[in-house]
Design a protein around this ligand. Structure first.
Ligand code: SF4
Ligand code: SF4
Length: 65
């Protein structure tokens, strides 16, 4: 389990922060960051994000093809 990451689509709405049961989403230098080590992939943040900016870490990794 690698947790989720927030990509550049994020519009800084802040909706994901209060719904995270692990309190692992924080704001650093005006960017929303998920502590992937603490993320349990509960999907609560995905459900509230209006721009679909939250993805599994593996999905956003650079492809080697
Ligand atoms: S998937 Fe769940 S635990 Fe992980 S960041 Fe989103 S709300 Fe928090
Ligand atoms: S809910 Fe989505 S757009 Fe809003 S702060 Fe979180 S990741 Fe960014």
């Amino acid at each position: 389990m690698n947790g989720y990451v927030i990509n550049a689509e994020c519009v800084l709405c802040g909706l994901c922060v209060p719904v995270c049961p692990e309190h692992c989403i924080e704001v650093i230098d005006l960017r929303y960051i998920i502590d992937s080590a603490a993320c349990t992939e509960c999907d609560e943040c995905l459900r509230v994000c209006p721009v679909d900016a939250i993805h599994h870490a593996e999905e956003t990794a650079p492809k080697e093809d």
